[in-house]
Ligand binder design. Structure first.
Ligand SMILES: C[S@@+](CC[C@H](N)C(=O)[O-])C[C@H]1O[C@@H](n2cnc3c(N)ncnc32)[C@H](O)[C@@H]1O
Length: 214
C-alpha cells in the first residue's frame, strides 16, 4: 500500500498551525502523554466530515489531550457541541488546557470516566456524529451502544480501522495485540455487513472507517 508522506501533505495543504504545534509539544514533551493522537491529515478529515454533516451534537470516545477534539470542534456549526469521553483524569486535564489554547473550550464538554457507562445515558437519536478512538477491545461494544444514539443520516467514524496493518492474522494468538486486532476486525465486519450503514475506509495513517446511518 502507498502511504502519503507527511512532507507532501504539508507542502500541498500547508504546515501545521503554530497553535497546534505548541499543543503537541506541551502534551507530548512536557506532559509525556503517549503519541497516539490522530495524524494531521486524519484531523483534517474529522474537521471536513464535521463541516459537511453540520451536527448539533458530536460524541467523541477517547479524548487523550484533545487533538482530535479540536478538529471536531472547529468543524461545528453555530451552536453545535462536542461531548468527549476520557477515562484518564490527567489526560482530560491536559485536554481542558489545550482546548482553551485552541479557543474552542466553549463548544466542548469533557466527561471523565468510562465511556460505556456514559453512552448508556445518552438519548437515542440525539447525536449527529460519533468518533470512536478509545480502547480497541471495546470497539464492538461502542458500535452496539452508539448505533442507536445516531440520528438518521448521522456519521459514525472509527480510528485505527487498519488494525496497525494487521490484516493477515499473523500474530500470537491470545496476545493483547491479537485481541485488539480481532475486536477491530469484528467492528469493521459488523459495520460492513450492516444494511443500515453505508461505509468506506479512508486511508489516513491508522485508517478511518467512516459510515453513515440510513
Ligand atoms: C488513542 S487515544 C485518543 C486520541 C484522541 N482521539 C486524538 O486523536 O487526539 C485513546 C484514549 O482513550 C482513552 N480511553 C481508554 N479506555 C477508555 C474508556 N473505557 N472510556 C473512556 N476513555 C477511554 C485513553 O485513556 C486514551 O486517552
Amino acid at each position: 500500500m502507498t502511504t502519503i508522506p507527511h512532507g507532501y501533505i504539508r507542502a500541498v495543504l500547508g504546515p501545521r498551525e503554530e497553535v497546534l504545534d505548541g499543543i503537541l509539544r506541551r502534551s507530548l514533551l512536557d506532559d509525556r502523554l503517549p503519541t497516539i493522537q490522530v495524524d494531521d491529515n486524519a484531523g483534517r478529515v474529522l474537521q471536513l466530515l464535521t463541516l459537511l454533516r453540520r451536527p448539533r451534537q458530536v460524541l467523541e470516545i477517547g479524548t487523550l489531550f484533545g487533538y482530535s477534539t479540536i478538529h471536531l470542534a472547529r468543524g461545528l456549526p453555530e451552536g453545535g457541541r462536542v461531548t468527549t469521553l476520557e477515562i484518564d483524569p490527567r489526560a482530560a486535564e491536559a485536554a481542558r488546557r489545550n482546548l482553551r489554547t485552541a479557543g474552542v473550550e466553549d463548544r466542548v464538554d469533557i466527561v471523565v470516566g468510562d465511556a460505556c457507562a456514559y453512552l448508556e445515558t445518552v438519548p437515542p437519536g440525539s447525536v449527529g456524529l460519533v468518533f470512536i478512538d478509545a480502547d480497541k477491545k471495546s470497539y464492538p461494544d461502542y458500535l452496539r451502544l452508539c448505533y442507536p444514539l445516531l440520528e438518521p443520516g448521522g456519521v459514525l467514524i472509527a480510528d485505527d480501522a487498519f488494525a496497525q496493518g494487521d490484516f493477515t492474522a499473523e500474530r500470537t494468538e491470545g496476545s493483547e495485540e491479537d485481541r485488539e486486532a480481532k475486536a477491530i476486525h469484528r467492528y469493521n465486519r459488523a459495520v460492513g455487513r450492516s444494511t443500515r450503514l453505508f461505509s468506506a475506509f479512508v486511508g489516513t495513517q491508522s485508517g478511518l472507517l467512516v459510515s453513515v446511518k440510513e
